[in-house]
Design a protein. Structure first.
Length: 59
């Protein structure tokens, strides 16, 4: 059911200015050791044209 909701509503983030880092999260809710949830919000990034920064998980 939640997969259908994600497809239907297509959640996305709108970042107006700069960058916002997000760590990868596994099924146990643990963050990936290679990507930290920190960094400069005003870094030189372009984001994703496909809106792929959205993360969803159903339990």
């Amino acid at each position: 059911m939640s997969e259908k909701a994600a497809v239907k509503f297509k959640p996305s983030l709108q970042i107006i200015d700069g960058c916002h880092p997000y760590p990868a999260v596994n099924t146990a809710g643990e963050t990936n050791g290679e990507l930290k949830g920190s960094g400069k919000d005003d870094g030189d990034c372009k984001g994703s044209g496909l809106g792929s920064q959205v993360y969803g998980r159903a339990g």
